[in-house]
Design a protein around this ligand. Structure first.
Ligand code: C2E
Ligand code: MG
Ligand code: MG
Length: 404
């Protein structure tokens, strides 16, 4: 009970009575610090004015002015990391959709609360909060540690390493290719993941040299593997920021032509995010990349702005369905429906359909059953260094063959 007393709660609702009532109920339950706000703007102000963190936010959805969805978008941008309970009289399906949206934005929604509110349901929420809170490493904190000079030094010192993550055929379970994922081998932090430095590279005009470097190294590695008799392809990530020069297809072609790797063994993965920035130029570049013989994959399908539009125009060969639609698809009906439709959509366009982020056997079996072509995810293997991958592959093949 003592723990509850230390919790700071913010209740956001446009109904004054509701604010008083909920505050009263929380006090009854032993929570002494209850802050209130009558609309989204006031809520943002209260959150930004607090020296101590707000642990729990009870957020109404239907409010005049800034509604709950807009408010959640704002606090997601501000990286609010307390727990959230959505509070509304809207129907349960809509509330569920809003909850999903908040989760997609990285917010920590722990439940929903229907109106009229009962003391029992508030008590249940407090029970959830009293559990030990597992603090994950906040990647935004790491993000601020690196500045562009440090990253530039890392590029010069060749501290960027590539990790390789296998993709397998859903039908034969054979390893077909590897995705090449950048890691910064930092002297102090070990292997730093790309989410912590790619955007800084992009914002500072370094992404073209960076991608060419990754492509060259990945191709060199594939060259070695092909010489060893391994039948593999590679996938390399290309940022939309790369598509700022019309001679990009030639630059990439040259990076591959300096090796013995056939160009059709190299797939470039494009995150669909902002294809619209200079639509015609992006399409010109991507179409000529295809013409050179590279495979072209739409990465993170389903999470960007223009999924359908991208499919219609982009001359792609592969569709990679984002892991948010794979994760838990066996448990959650809506996720499964989106997953199934995306696979069908990709197949209807004649594309190689990959589902990434497969973490469990159940999800692996489900996506194979739903007709995807290839599977990638921790369930198969995590990304690893080249020599680890070769060892892993030989063990994997032994097990695969003995399973037949
Ligand atoms: P991505 O291209 O969608 O790559 C897949 C990410 O999902 C990788 O994260 C991978 O480690 C992770 N992953 C794979 N399987 C699972 C799984 O089962 N569960 C979970 N939770 N995660 C899984 P990573 O390596 O941290 O890369 C993050 C993103 O950074 C990549 O997403 C890609 O967009 C970008 N990136 C990585 N390397 C490069 C690069 O060389 N150039 C550019 N422009 N972007 C890169
Ligand atoms: Mg990728
Ligand atoms: Mg992806």
């Amino acid at each position: 009970m003592d723990k509850k007393k230390n919790i700071r709660v913010l209740v956001l609702d446009d109904d004054k009575f509701m604010l008083e009532f909920v505050t009263h109920l929380f006090r009854e339950l032993g929570v002494s610090e209850v802050l209130v706000a009558e609309d989204g703007k006031a809520g943002l102000f209260v959150l930004s004015a607090q020296i101590d963190d707000v642990d729990l936010l009870i957020c109404d959805i239907e409010m005049p002015g800034m509604d709950g969805i807009e408010f959640l978008r704002n606090i997601a941008d501000q990286k609010y990391n307390g727990k959230i309970v959505l509070f509304s009289g809207v129907d349960a399906d809509l509330l569920k959709a809003i909850e999903r949206l908040a989760v997609v934005r990285g917010l920590n929604v722990i439940g929903t609360l229907a109106k009229p509110v009962m003391i029992g349901s508030l008590a249940a929420i407090l029970e959830k909060l009293s559990l030990p809170i597992h603090k994950t490493v906040d990647s935004s904190a790491i993000r601020q540690i690196f500045d562009v000079e440090e990253i530039q030094q890392a590029l010069i010192a060749d501290q960027i390493t590539i990790f390789f993550q296998p993709k397998i055929s859903a039908a034969s379970r054979r390893v077909t290719s590897v995705e090449c994922l950048a890691r910064w081998h930092h002297t102090r932090y070990g292997y730093v993941s790309p989410d912590n430095f790619i955007s800084i590279i992009e914002q500072n005009g370094l992404i073209n040299d960076f991608t060419r470097n990754i492509l060259k190294k990945s191709v060199q590695q594939l060259d070695l593997w092909l010489q060893q008799g391994l039948d593999l392809k590679i996938s390399v990530n290309v940022s939309m920021e790369n598509l700022d020069r019309l001679n990009l297809p030639e630059i990439y072609q040259e990076a591959v032509q300096n090796s013995n790797v056939p160009i059709d063994r190299v797939i470039l993965e494009i995150t669909e995010g902002n294809l619209g920035k200079d639509f015609a130029q992006s399409l010109d570049i991507l179409t000529r990349i295809r013409l050179k013989g590279f495979g072209l994959s739409i990465d993170d399908f389903g999470t960007g702005y223009a999924s359908m539009e991208t499919l219609k125009y982009m001359p792609c060969t592969e569709l990679k369905i984002d892991r948010i639609f794979a994760h838990n698809a066996t448990e959650d009906l809506a996720t499964r429906v989106i997953l199934e439709s995306s696979i069908k959509l990709g197949k209807a366009f004649g594309l190689n359909v990959v589902v990434e982020g497969i973490e469990t056997q159940a999800d692996c079996e489900l996506v194979a059953e739903l007709g995807c072509d290839e599977i990638q995810g921790y369930f198969i293997a995590k990304p690893m260094l080249a020599n680890e991958f070769t060892r892993w592959l030989s063990d994997y093949e032994k097990n695969r063959l003995s399973a037949y």
